[in-house]
Design a binder for this molecule. Structure first.
Ligand SMILES: [Zn+2]
Length: 89
C-alpha cells in the first residue's frame, strides 16, 4: 500500500495554491481549468475576453475579490497572504 502526495499549482492571477493543474502548459492554456478563487479561466478570460493576468487580477480585487466557488473558500482566508504566493503586495 502506498500513498501518493497530490501536487497542487498556484494561480498566477490570485495566488490560490490549490489548483489541480497549471493554468498554462508550455504556454498553452488549460481551458478545462477554472480557478476556484478568482474564477480565471485560461484560454477564455485572456484570449476571448482580452484580459491579461494583471488586468484580470485588478478587476477581481476591485470587485471585492469574491470567490468563484464560495464553498471552497477557507474560513481563515486572507487575500494579502494569498497574493504573497505570487509576490504581490
Ligand atoms: Zn485564481
Amino acid at each position: 500500500m502506498f500513498f501518493r502526495k497530490k501536487r497542487y499549482f498556484v494561480c498566477s492571477v490570485c495566488g490560490y495554491d490549490y489548483l489541480p493543474g497549471p493554468l498554462y502548459i508550455n504556454g498553452t492554456p488549460d481551458v478545462s481549468l477554472i480557478c476556484a478563487c478568482c474564477g480565471f479561466q485560461p484560454g477564455y478570460d485572456d484570449e476571448e475576453l482580452g484580459y491579461t493576468l494583471e488586468s484580470y487580477r485588478e478587476e477581481w480585487i476591485q470587485k471585492g475579490a469574491k470567490w468563484f466557488r464560495e464553498k471552497e473558500k477557507p474560513k481563515q482566508w486572507n487575500l494579502k497572504k494569498q497574493l504573497k504566493n505570487i509576490n504581490i503586495r
